[in-house]
Design a protein around this ligand. Sequence first.
Ligand SMILES: CC(=O)N[C@H]1[C@@H](OP(=O)(O)OP(=O)(O)OC[C@H]2O[C@@H](n3ccc(=O)[nH]c3=O)[C@H](O)[C@@H]2O)O[C@H](CO)[C@@H](O)[C@@H]1O
Length: 333
Amino acid sequence: MNILITGGGTGGHLKIAKVIKEELNKKGIKPIYVGSTKGADKEWFAQDEGFSEKYFLDSSGVVNKKGLGKINSLSNIIKLSFEAKKIIKKHNVKAVFSVGGYSAAPASFGAIFSNTPLFIHEQNAHIGSLNKILKPFSKKFFNTFLYNDPYPVEDKFFERARIRKELKTIIFLGGSQGAVAINDFAIRIAPLLKQKNIKIIHQSGKRDFERVKNFYEKNSIEADVFDFDKNLIEKIEKADFAISRAGASTLFELAANQIPTLFVPYPYAAGDHQYHNAKFLADKNAALVIRQNELKIEILDKILNLNLEEMSKNLKNVNKKEGAKYIADRILI
Ligand SMILES: CC(=O)N[C@H]1[C@@H](OP(=O)(O)OP(=O)(O)OC[C@H]2O[C@@H](n3ccc(=O)[nH]c3=O)[C@H](O)[C@@H]2O)O[C@H](CO)[C@@H](O)[C@@H]1O
């Protein structure tokens, strides 16, 4: 059965595409991928043997453009949708699965134009603009916040979960691209963490890697600094507390691993969705959330006095295992 997976741009969307592809591979199916020449799509999937075919179309975002730019990208998407429709026909695709982002637009419209069932995974607590348009045309719309669908994360985040009791190691996470605000905060509290013998693991993102690495070196503070690590669980499992952006995949991976977290939502996310993602956990007393402009050094005292065990236990049933299987089974019906 030929399945087409589409969408990407950032790690958050691409991660869902990856886990669903792996689930389909387990079932002996090699899906087709349709992404964009822009964003991180090629980086993630150009060499991926788990897809039978890969197409990278020249799609780009519409939402942030104005005037003529908006009209041009809209007409480009319409043109590409017909190209995607041809791909769907050529491979006799039985279902299209979209993980969102601008690179999902052509194949999603292509599915509608060719009457091919369209399945959508919306990662966030606030529905993205493309998904709002597509939702009424979809056969199924998966979302954890609205419908309690299990959020697909790799099994290893659950398998290596543990209850945290004491803060011996802290991890800083900036999402797939890194977060300067979190890096700055880490740098401010690092000397205090050193004084308290708390070990530091720090994902800085590519753009800020040199600055962050140099800081720790110059100040003789031991820290495991990296820009991006494909096997993030290896880092997360060692830590007892995280300070992180609230991108949906990161959030549900941290929850699956039961690591208490202070979320610092990206303030410019569409519809403030990272804040709403984090609030979902905070309302269950399973995480803390703070606005970026409130990220002050005093918050460290609060962290040091937290009941980590209680928060860690409260994360137990936030997400369910086998989210990828849940979705794949419904696409394959
Ligand atoms: C700035 C922005 O708009 N960000 C959005 C983007 O975030 P972003 O792209 O940061 O996405 P997420 O936080 O959802 O996911 C990041 C993924 O990258 C992985 N990872 C990260 C660091 C690393 O070193 N190694 C690694 O593998 C994580 O394990 C995770 O699976 O998509 C998310 C899902 O739609 C949204 O919720 C976010 O709001």
